[in-house]
Structures are given as C-alpha cells and as structure tokens.
Design a protein around this ligand. Structure first.
Ligand code: MP5
Length: 201
C-alpha cells in the first residue's frame, strides 16, 4: 500500500535516520551538553511551528476520522512542550533565540504543503512523525531508565505515539500514491537528516 511504497523508496535515507550518531549518543547519554542544548532550542521552535501546521491541516481534513487523529496530535503537543520548557529551565536555556535557516526552511516547508492539498500534507505529517518514532523506538529498549535524556526518548517511542503514527499511516493509505507525495516524503527524510547533522555538527 501507499506507506509501504513510500518507506521502501526511502530505505537508505531511513537507515541513515536510524543510524544517526545523534540518536545513538542521546540514548547512551554521551551526547555533548552543548549539542543537546542546541537541539532543544531548535526543536522547540520546530514544535511550535508544527502546532500551527497541525491546526492548518485540520482545516483541510476531509472527514471526522482525520480530524480526530489530528486532534490527538495537537493534544500530545501540550505535555511535549512542557517537557521542552522544563528541560530548558533546568539547563538555564533561552528558547526564544533565532533558529537556524534550515529550521525556518523545514518549518515553512511543512506549512506550505497545506496549500498542496490533503494527500501531500498528510503524507508529510506521517513522514515527520514516523521518522521520530522509528529513530527513538530503535533505541527505546537499550536506553537506561536513568539516562538523562530518557524522557525525550520515551515521548516519541511510547505505545501511544506508536498508535498515533499507525493512525496517520492509515490516513495516508487511503490515498493513491502520486509523484508529489513521493517528492514530499523524500524532502522530509532529507530535512530530518540535515536537522540532526546541523545540531550534531
Ligand atoms: C519531530 C520533531 C517530531 N520534534 N522534530 C523534528 C526535527 N522532526 C520530527 O514531531 P513532534 O511534533 O514532536 O511529534
């Protein structure tokens, strides 16, 4: 079906997401403090923009089922943003700094897909969330519970998040695959790798 074709088409990029040193080092707790701090500030901006994206996507959702799945996604951002703010406060970090242009580009790209219409925009949402789920689920069972970043790993590898990503996949699978959907999926995979490359250096 549609999601399987998309994931198969991106198999090597997806492997790079799973194998990224940012993921391995976050899991091991060996990520340099400055790297995590940079990621936290960049990702906070990303998640705030993502909130707008989910709201705009809801406005073009084709039916109640799609709106219900998106409402779950919007609700999950409340505790997620609290996690970011708590970590920033503990670390004395300012989250209001200017983000990287890559981040501005990625966040703006997400919003721009709403104009392309539902099939492309829901594909993009699925790709973004699936990338995070697969990356953090890949280290979930080997991350020590007392590792300093365990809360973040748990956030994107929980059974609840897995179920949400499954539901997003089911929404994509209702759609007939188009070249525009393939291009959008490819862009997200490249943005995700570039985002970690940027903070990890
Ligand atoms: C996500 C994220 C997951 N937080 N950051 C990037 C760069 N990609 C994907 O999205 P969410 O909204 O935190 O579930």
């Amino acid at each position: 079906e549609t999601t399987r074709t998309l994931l198969t088409g991106q198999a090597s990029a997806w492997q790079r997401i799973l194998d990224h040193p940012f993921v391995a080092e976050t899991s091991a707790g060996s990520l340099p403090t400055a790297t995590f701090d940079r990621w936290l500030a960049e990702d906070h901006f990303f998640v705030r923009s993502f909130q707008d994206y989910l709201r705009e996507l809801t406005a073009i959702a084709p039916d109640d089922r799609a709106r219900a799945v998106l409402a779950d996604g919007i609700a999950a951002l409340v505790p997620e943003l609290a996690l970011f703010e708590k970590a920033a406060a503990e670390r004395g970090l300012d989250l209001t700094g200017e983000p990287s242009l890559l981040n501005v580009g990625y966040s703006s790209y997400l919003l721009s897909t709403v104009r392309e219409g539902w099939p492309v925009a829901i594909t993009v949402l699925y790709a973004v969330e699936k990338a995070y789920y697969d990356a953090w689920a890949s280290v979930r069972d080997t991350t020590g519970p007392d590792t300093q970043y365990a809360g973040f790993i748990a956030n994107w590898s929980s059974p609840e998040f897995a179920a949400y990503v499954e539901q997003l996949g089911a929404l994509v699978d209702r759609e007939e695959l188009t070249p525009a959907m393939e291009l959008a999926f490819d862009r997200v995979a490249r943005f995700e790798i570039a985002f970690w490359d940027l903070v990890h250096g």
